[in-house]
Write a protein that binds this ligand. Structure first.
Ligand SMILES: Nc1nc2c(ncn2[C@@H]2O[C@H](COP(=O)(O)OP(=O)(O)OP(=O)(O)O)[C@@H](O)[C@H]2O)c(=O)[nH]1
Ligand SMILES: [Zn+2]
Length: 213
C-alpha cells in the first residue's frame, strides 16, 4: 500500500523529512469526521443520536492533539543550548508520557527517563526541552521500542553529548482493557548510546538513579 503523502519509512520516524522542513500535511479534520462516522455505523451505533452527533468532530480535534508530533521535528524543541560548565550526567526522570499504540490505536502511558553526559565544552539544554522532546515522539502512532530509540538518537544528533540513556516504563491499554487482559503489566525499554553503552559503570550509575525512587 502506498502512503498518501510522500513520507519516509516508519524506521526513519519522519525525522529525515521533518528536519528538512518537509512535514506531513495538516490534520484533515473532515476526513477523520467521515471515518469516525463510518466506524460508528459499522459497530451498529446511530451517529445521529444526541450523545454521538458531535463525536466525529471531537475525535478529529482529539487526534489533531494526540498526533501533533507528526508535524514536529526534534530540532523544534531541543533548541536551547547553554554553557553550564558541567560535563557530568544530567538526568530528568519521571517524565509523564502518553502515547498511542500503532497496532490498536489505544493509549499507552507511563514514565520516560532521559539522561545524558554533556560534551567536553559543557553544553547543556534546558531541562524542559527533554520533556518536550519525549512529547514530539510520543504524540505519534508508536511502538514503545521505537519511541525509546528515537528520543535517544535525537539527543545524540542534536546535543552531540558523550552519551545518552533513555528508559521508558509504560502500561499498554491494549494489554489491559482488551486482548490478553493483564492489568498492571509494565513494559520497560531502554536505549543507550555513547558512554552509557561503552561503560558499564556509567550505565549502572544511571540505572540506579532512575530506579531509586
Ligand atoms: N513490541 C511491541 N509490541 C506492542 C506494542 N504495543 C502493542 N504491542 C503488541 O502488538 C501485538 C499485535 O499483535 P497481533 O497478534 O497482530 O494483534 P492482536 O490479535 O490484537 O493481538 P493481542 O493484543 O494479543 O490480542 C500485540 O502482542 C501487542 O501487545 C509496543 O509498543 N511494542
Ligand atoms: Zn496495542
Amino acid at each position: 500500500m502506498t502512503n498518501e503523502y510522500d513520507a519516509p519509512s516508519a524506521a526513519e520516524g519522519l525525522d529525515a523529512s521533518a528536519a528538512d522542513g518537509v512535514r506531513p500535511p495538516a490534520v484533515d479534520h473532515a476526513r477523520i469526521e467521515r471515518a469516525v462516522r463510518e466506524i460508528l455505523l459499522a459497530i451498529g451505533e446511530d451517529p445521529e443520536r444526541d450523545g454521538l452527533r458531535d463525536t466525529p468532530a471531537r475525535v478529529a480535534r482529539a487526534y489533531a492533539e494526540q498526533f501533533a508530533g507528526l508535524r514536529q521535528a526534534p530540532e523544534d524543541v531541543l533548541n536551547k543550548v547553554f554553557e553550564a560548565d558541567h560535563d557530568e550526567m544530567v538526568l530528568v526522570k519521571d517524565i509523564e508520557l502518553y502515547s498511542v499504540c500503532e497496532h490498536h490505536l489505544v493509549p499507552f502511558h507511563g514514565m520516560a527517563h532521559v539522561g545524558y553526559t554533556p560534551n567536553k565544552s559543557g553544553q547543556v539544554t534546558g531541562l524542559s526541552k527533554l520533556a518536550r522532546l519525549v512529547d514530539v515522539y510520543a504524540r505519534r502512532p508508536q511502538v514503545q521500542e521505537r519511541l525509546t530509540s528515537q528520543v535517544a538518537d535525537a539527543v545524540m544528533r542534536i546535543l552531540e553529548p558523550r552519551g545518552v540513556i533513555v528508559v521508558i516504563e509504560a502500561e499498554h491499554l491494549c494489554m489491559t482493557m482488551r486482548g490478553v487482559r493483564k492489568p498492571g503489566a509494565r513494559t520497560v525499554t531502554s536505549a543507550v548510546r555513547g558512554d552509557f553503552r561503552d561503560h558499564a559503570e556509567t550505565r549502572a550509575e544511571a540505572m540506579s538513579l532512575i530506579l531509586g525512587r
